[in-house]
Write a protein that binds this ligand. Structure first.
Ligand code: KIV
Length: 300
């Protein structure tokens, strides 16, 4: 072996990152894919440390982080900044940036320009688009430009008004068939995975069986290739109405509120800060400071 090995230029760039084709292998092996949303460096770091495979910088941020009523108003810049923060914290999981409403509908050019921006400036590994229909052409254009795309069908919150609200989708034979066709069209357009949101479990299982690429379910039962949950939902940090498909794994809202209440009480009763939270000054410097203060006072 050489004493002076060549720099591993390509290897170091992708070092430790889950290879995208591995997701399809996981589906083939029947290994579940774990995805969670994250919106900043700490959540990205913790999701990585917990061993998730995929992180979604979701436009759900508009509701769970920024307090909006829906995801519609989320901007590309918001997703861009959050993707930068998340990719500083998360190293192994593939980071998928959600393309917000209005950032890909107008034309293929608009979709490619914005997707490339999320990859180049945000550090995303892939992007996600909602719906079938015209989105299929946008997905194909982005894939052709070299950016991996995740599809998303079923309940698509960006167009919830058209769907009549935040409701389960694919509950009639016609709607289930349409959903399957949309998912298949997204796969044919080159999507590496498809999210199925709020879809009856038997329909999601069939779509999962038909597609070669992995399906990631949220409110779609246990038969999908993977699952995704929203960070604030699963950790009990969202004060709004939680969808029935959410399982809450912790109650961080109570833990956080109790901690802030304790802090407020300790500030008010003087028990915080303590000696270990303060800085010292050498005795002689303190004496000099007091002398200087006395001179200032005398001169007044
Ligand atoms: O924005 C988001 O978090 C999502 C998931 C619910 C899939 O799209």
């Amino acid at each position: 072996m050489s004493d002076n090995p060549k720099p591993q230029r390509y290897a170091s760039w992708t070092a430790g990152k889950l290879p995208l084709p591995e997701l399809r292998e996981m589906k083939r092996r029947g290994e579940k894919i774990v995805m969670v949303t994250a919106y900043d460096a700490p959540s990205g770091r913790l999701a990585d440390a917990a061993g998730v495979d995929l992180i979604l910088v979701g436009d759900s941020s508009g509701m769970v982080v920024h307090g909006r009523e829906s995801t519609v108003a989320v901007s590309l810049d918001e997703i861009l900044f959050m993707t930068q923060w998340v990719t500083r914290g998360a190293k192994r999981p593939l980071v998928v940036a959600d393309m917000p409403f209005g950032s890909y509908e107008v034309s293929n050019e608009q979709a490619v320009t914005n997707a490339v921006r999320l990859v180049k400036d945000g550090g995303a590994d892939a992007v996600k688009l909602e719906r079938g229909g015209t989105t299929v052409a946008r997905a194909r254009a982005i894939v052709d430009a070299g950016v991996p795309v995740m599809g998303h069908v079923g309940l698509t919150p960006q167009t919830a008004t058209v769907l009549g609200g935040f409701k389960a989708q694919g509950r009639t034979a016609d709607r289930a068939t349409l959903l399957l066709e949309e998912a298949a069209a997204l796969e044919a357009a080159g999507c590496f995975a498809v999210v199925l949101e709020a879809v009856p479990a038997p329909v999601a299982r069939t779509v999962t069986r038909v597609l070669a690429v992995p399906t990631i379910g949220i409110g779609a039962g246990a038969g999908t290739d993977g699952q995704v949950l929203v960070w604030h939902d699963m950790l009990g940090m969202y004060a709004g109405q939680r969808p029935r498909f959410v399982k809450q794994y912790a109650d961080l809202a109570s833990v956080t509120q109790a901690a802030v209440e304790r802090y407020a009480a300790e500030v008010r009763n003087g028990s915080f800060p303590e000696q270990q939270h303060t800085y010292s000054i050498p005795e002689e410097e303190l004496e000099l400071f007091e002398e200087a203060l006395a001179e200032v006072r005398a001169a007044r």
